[in-house]
Ligand binder design. Structure first.
Ligand SMILES: *[C@@H]1O[C@H](CO)[C@@H](O)[C@H](O)[C@H]1NC(C)=O
Length: 247
């Protein structure tokens, strides 16, 4: 997208008609992957761990490079509907991106819990599954399955107290988190984290907590700050924290 079209999208989406942004579907293709229970994989490239297996009722997907966006597309939610008028339900399914992956010209490699909701009924979904790859349309939508605040997880790579790695596991707003900082001084002395991989941001030689957290969304210079400390001084690997950031 060139400068002008991006600017136009911004004008239409942010200033004029937010609802219109949700009406733009993109044509693509989708396939699926299998796990023992139809949910996601805990080893997805976003670094969500087990959260990525069960989130959104296990309706998750690996996404193409275009939607991966260097990891910034992790956690993004998409409404995906297939196009065959006989077989496909009108609304399709909302899935969350937890992994990177593509099949034959696909943008989504969906968990079966997600993929099997594309059909009007289970017989139709079974036919879609037999087809392997289906023609779809998708659009970015807000995530609405885990509340209205950004959630973070202390990633398993972390080593208390020096090396802090945080996965941004849930962002309700349909926009990418591109930067993360922490403050152990109630909003002073912000320390920038770098993107390690997927949705994981890290910091070597971390100061001692507790920490406030703030995030920046794509296309905005503004920081959105947690109202209170989010990460306790004695932070635990694997713990999930509600940031209080309503976004
Ligand atoms: C089944 O796969 C074929 C070949 O990729 C494709 O042309 C067709 O549209 C697919 N069916 C559906 C329902 O998407």
């Amino acid at each position: 997208m060139g400068f002008h079209s991006k600017y136009q999208v911004f004008l239409v989406c942010v200033l004029l008609l937010p609802a219109l942004c949700l009406s733009q579907f993109t044509d693509s293709r989708a396939t699926f992957y299998s796990t023992s229970d139809g949910s996601g994989t805990p080893t997805g490239a976003c670094g969500f761990g087990d959260y990525g297996r069960t989130e959104n009722s296990g309706r998750v997907a690996g996404v193409s490079d275009a939607l991966w966006r260097g990891g910034a597309g992790c956690g993004a939610c998409y409404q995906v509907r297939c196009k065959d008028t006989q077989l496909c339900s009108t609304d399709g399914v909302t899935i969350a991106a937890t992994d990177m992956g593509s099949g034959d010209r696909t943008d989504f490699v969906m968990s079966l819990n997600g993929f099997l909701r594309l059909g009007v009924n289970s017989a139709a979904s079974e036919q879609l599954r037999k087809n392997g790859t289906v023609d779809i349309q998708y659009r970015r939508v807000p995530c609405a399955f885990d509340g209205s605040n950004v959630k973070i997880k202390i990633h398993e790579n972390s080593r208390f107290p020096d090396y802090l790695a945080i996965a941004v596991i849930y962002v309700p707003r349909p926009n990418d988190v591109v930067s993360v900082q922490i403050s152990n001084n109630n909003g002073g002395n912000w320390s920038p984290l770098g993107r390690s991989f997927g949705a994981v941001f890290d910091l070597a030689n971390a100061p001692s907590g507790p920490f406030k957290v703030r995030v920046q969304f794509r296309g905005s210079q503004t920081w959105v700050e947690s109202p209170n400390n989010v990460i306790p001084a004695n932070w635990n690997v694997g713990a999930i924290y509600d940031s209080g950031i309503h976004a």
